[in-house]
Design a protein around this ligand. Sequence first.
Ligand code: SF4
Length: 473
Amino acid sequence: MSQADLSVPFRQRAGSAMKDAFLQEALTIATTKFIGLRREAFGDFPEGEKLRDVAREIKEATLQHLDRYLEQLIDNVERLGGKVHFASTAAEARGVILEIGRRAGARMAVKSKSMATEEIHLNEALEQAGITPVETDLGEYIIQLAHERPSHIIAPAIHKTKGQVADLFAKELRRTVAADPEVLTKIARGELREKFLQADLGITGANFAIADTGTIVLVTNEGNGRMVTSLPRVHVAVMGVEKVVPSMTDLMVFLAILAKSATGQKLSVYTTFVQGPRRAGELEGPEELHLVLLDNGRINQLAGPLREALYCLRCGACLNVCPVYRQIGGHAYGHTYPGPIGILLTAMLSGPASVKELAHASSLCGACAEACPVRIDIPRMLIELRREVDETKIAPRTERAVFKAFGRLLTRPVLYRLAARIARLLQRPFVRDGAIRSLPLFFGDWTRTRDLPAVAPRTFHERWKELAREAPP
Ligand code: SF4
């Protein structure tokens, strides 16, 4: 599935993904590799655990004074000759960027990988305005050729096997090539080189921006980020407001854990620091630098239930370990941000109604929180989101009725004991070897893909009474 059709129910989208043999192969190889590399990286880095706590504290402290740090950042970027724009919505951000492009007379924009620009659907807007966007990160380039959207936060083409990429290049670039990553990369590099020189606009995201120096920080692996920020005449960086960090010292903490969590590298290959446009006497760099600060629902969540999701560094580690993501990949989620953190970010950007199905697309196993470099408690927020979906009556009526009845049962001991006795009798025809293999009617959904443990012959309370009677005085 390349592009999720949101009119198709999530269960169906997930089902199709699970039947896609290519997707299953690509996902298993890539996520297993990422998990192993991350484990090794932190295994060799005993300070890592402590730094994760420090990083979390920095994030929280920054959010508490976000207004102050943003003001400081704006002052410093402008002091260095850059221009800062604030966009409350995706539409406003697109408007600002198109206006910059129009004034620059831009016909082509080269882009380095940026989830923020995916979030605001920038490519479509650029195309409509007559500016050709060219993705220059290899994964994004593949996705653009395939007319798809990224399926992973850091590895946009994770859902494709190398054979599929070779077929895509043969079709779109009319080049017959071997399914060899090195050969494929060389071809993409050759295609892109000219574009860097032709483009008038360079568009990037920003992994961080340092408030007390006005530095925009890009963390990349392919070097394309440096070309995008230095060759075109105008550089536009698009950044969610929560990405500001107070100082260079704070940045070092994040850099020490970001690449290890994402790809298992000690550091990413390139860490680019952008400080204003080209100055007199400098040989390279853009004539204009614009920083677009994107709100799009974030500021509202400073006092909202999803506040902790604003700590996210977009490393993708929670996707790699999530048993749901590993089965269905990113496209089945149907929104810009996939995986467990993606559900929270989607709710943040588009409201809880947009995730009424996705809020349940988690086993709540806790693997995401365990892997997250800033220890975001994703399962807790997913549970809160489920409650919100329920309380705002977004969930279907039957589902709400069942959970309401279940809640009553669990909070009334007499009723609970009675229900346990009745369930013990009713389950008899369905129990085999201590498990319920299949249930009739709509209860069948619970046993369609897994067994349910049978209700025990005696409850804990019953056993406890017996033990108390048998115990010596
Ligand atoms: S929630 Fe944590 S693990 Fe997931 S992408 Fe964000 S920082 Fe990485």
